[in-house]
Design a protein around this ligand. Structure first.
Ligand code: APR
Length: 235
């Protein structure tokens, strides 16, 4: 039985870096290799569907070979002490594969496809490939179940509600460049303790007091566990 203290995590691509998945804005990141507007936007899907399908197929293939790292599993360990909920910007399923029970995907899920005719029709993608001609039960082409630039983020309302319950907020592996995700920190109550785990400096919106653990996810989460369980918190 954990303490019931609400620990909310906001994660980004950096937590999956040590699993071998590329981030977006680091050196060698995805946005260095691809032009966002050509692979992750409704216009790209209209003008160059095959390139969009290939972009996500390649990432899905890599994901199937990747494994959760100590960052993901450390967050599962924290479930022994706290009521943990994860809000992730990542479309990978490494949090779930590590064993995290409550995961909200703000930007969709790489291993799912969605009908282009009816967005409520969502299907698991078996294997790594989604092709032209893969259709929903209504016969319409399936697309990646991912939020593209310029599209709404339906899960943000739920995410705001979850962040507002945080007694501890842990931000890990995100450059906080993309809204509305980056704005979630403003919904943490004034009494919430905020931690940031990132090997690089991150410019944080607002001026909240933050404990910075300037480490990679694996080492950083281990240090966080020591801080939170060693500091006499009622855990
Ligand atoms: N451990 C923890 N953090 C790391 C590690 C690591 N090993 N390696 C890099 N990082 C940090 C980087 O320092 C950076 O702050 O991860 C962050 C990655 O930032 P981005 O590449 O911008 O990824 P993210 O913040 O998740 O992007 C948000 O932008 O392109 C969209 O939809 C896409 O969900 C994505 C969103």
């Amino acid at each position: 039985m954990n303490s019931g203290i609400k620990l909310i995590v906001l994660s980004g691509a950096g937590i999956s870096a040590e699993s071998g998945l590329k981030t977006f804005r680091d050196m060698g990141g995805l946005w260095e290799q691809y032009n966002v507007t050509e692979v992750a936007s409704p216009e790209a899907w209209k003008n160059n569907r095959e390139l969009v399908l290939r972009f996500y197929n390649e990432r899905r293939k890599q994901l199937l070979e990747a494994r959760p790292n100590d960052g993901h599993t450390g967050l599962v360990t924290l479930e022994k002490y706290f009521d943990v909920e994860i809000i992730t910007q990542n479309v990978d399923d490494l949090h779930e594969r590590a064993g995290s029970k409550k995961v909200l995907h703000l930007h969709g899920e790489l291993r799912k496809a969605r009908s282009t005719a009816d967005p409520s029709l969502i299907y698991p993608i078996k294997g790594w490939e989604l092709k032209t001609g893969d259709t929903c039960e209504k016969g319409s082409q399936l697309r990646p179940h991912v939020v593209w630039f310029g599209e709404p983020v339906p899960a943000v309302k739920k995410a705001v509600q979850i962040v507002s319950t945080a007694e501890i907020l842990v931000i890990i592996g995100t450059s906080l460049n993309v809204y509305p995700a980056a704005g979630l920190i403003h919904y943490a109550s004034p009494g919430a303790e905020i931690f940031l785990i990132d090997p690089n400096p991150v410019n944080m919106p607002g001026n909240r007091e933050i404990t910075i653990i300037q480490k990679g996810a694996g080492e950083g989460v281990k240090q966080l566990i020591k801080i939170l369980t060693g500091k006499g918190k009622k855990v």
